[in-house]
Design a binder for this molecule. Sequence first.
Ligand code: EPU
Length: 431
Amino acid sequence: MNTLVIEGGRRLEGTVEISGAKNSAVALIPATILADGPVTIDNLPEISDVGILAELLRDIGGGVSLGDDTLAVDPREMFAMPLPNGRVKQLRASYYFMGAMLGKFGKAVIGLPGGCDLGPRPIDQHIKGFEAMGAKVTNEHGAMYLQADELTGAKIYLDVASVGATINIMLAASKAKGQTTIENAAKEPEIIDVATLLNSMGAKIKGAGTNEIRIEGREVLSGCRHSIIPDRIEAGTYMIAGAAAGGRVKVDNVIPLHLEALSSKLREMGVTVTEYDDAVVVEKNNALSPVDIKTLVHPGFPTDLQQPATALLTQASGPSMVTDTVYGARFKHIDELRRMGAKIKVDGRTAMINGASTLQGVAVRATDLRAGAALVVAGLIAEGKTIIHDTYHIDRGYMYMEEKLRKLGAFVWREETEAQSEQTEATDRKS
Ligand code: EPU
C-alpha cells in the first residue's frame, strides 16, 4: 500500500510549475468523442483520472495515443458501446460520456458515476437538460439509459449553477438541431476551456463564462488541437502550502485572475501575494490573522480549496469560520486534522477553527482528493512525521505532488507499507 510521508517544519522556497487543469481535462477527453476527425489535447496533466478516461475512449473504439503531456484521439471508429459498469464507476467525470455519446450517437448507456464522497451529488440538472433536448432518460439497475431520435435545441434553466450540468448540456447541444440556451449556467474557467475546444471543432458557442450560454448545434464537428488551461486548484493548493509553511513560493504557469478569491483571502490573513502575467508569488513572514471563508460558485471562493484552506486556518491566531455552500458535507478532512491536534468543530455546513494549534505528525487517511491536499498542507507544518494513507485519492488530481514539494524544499516521500492504517482497516471492514 502506498503512503505519502512528510517530515514537517521546513519553510518552502522556490518555484512550482502548475500542470493543466484536471477539471478541464476530464471534460475535454470525453468531448473528443464528438469530433469527426482526430483531436490532440496538449498540456495534459499526468493524473490517474486522465488515464481512466483515455481507457474508456479505447473501450468504445477510439484510437488513443497518450504521451507525456499530450493525448491524441482518433474518434472515427468509435461506436455507442454501453458502459454500465467498470471504469465509469471510478470517477465523477465519466458522466460527460452521457452528453458526448448522446450528441454523437443519439444514445448512451453509462453507469452512475463515482468520484469523491462529498455528500449527495445528484445529476438531475444534467438529465433535465438532456430531456429538454428531446432525449428519453431512464435509470435501470444503476446505469443511465439515454436515447434520442433527434436532439433539438432548447431553452434550459438550471436550478443550480452546476459545472457538470453546464458542460454536459454544451456537449450534447453541440450536435443538436438548432439553438440551445443554458440559463443560470456555471461560470467556472473550465467551462470556457471546453467551449474553446468545441468552437475549435466548429461548434458555435457564445457566452461561456457568463450565466447565459448559447450553443448552435452542428451536424459535423472537425478535428482540432487544444491546450488545457492551468489548474487553478493545484495552483491554489501550493499557494496555501506556501502560506502555511512560510517562506517564498512562486507558483508559475497560472492565470492570476482565476486565483483572485484565494489571493484576496490570503492577503486578508497577512500573507503577501504578488501577481505577475502568468505567475503569483506568495510570501509569509508574519503571524497569520484569522478570517472567515464562504465557498461559492465561480468567481467566489472555490469549494475545492476549502479543505486545504481549513488546514491553513489552524495556524491563524484566533477563531475562523469556513462555510461550504456548494457541498455542505465536505468535511471528512476535519476528523483527520483533529487527530493531528487541530481544534475544529463542525456545525452543519460550517467548520469553526480555533487557531493557532501546534499540529503533530500522525498516521492519517486521505478520504477524498482535496482532503488529501489538506493533510499534505497540515503535514508540512506538523511536528514530526505525518503518514498519509489512501494516497490514490491525491493521485487522482495532483501531478507529481511529492516531486513538486521536494523541489520547494519539503521533506516528503512515498513509502510502500504492508499494513493498512487502523482506520482504513476499520472502514474496509464496514464496506
Ligand atoms: N447539483 C445538483 N444537481 C445536479 C448537479 C449538481 O443539485 O444535477 C448540486 C451539487 O450537489 C452541488 C452543486 O450543485 O451541491 C454543485 O455541483 P456541480 O455540478 O457544480 O459539481 P460537479 O460538476 O459534480 C465539479 C468538479 C468538482 C467541484 C465542483 C464545484 C469535476 C469533475 N468536478 O463537480 O471538483 O468541486 O464542480 O466546483 O469537474 C475536485 O476537483 O476535487 C472536485 C470535487
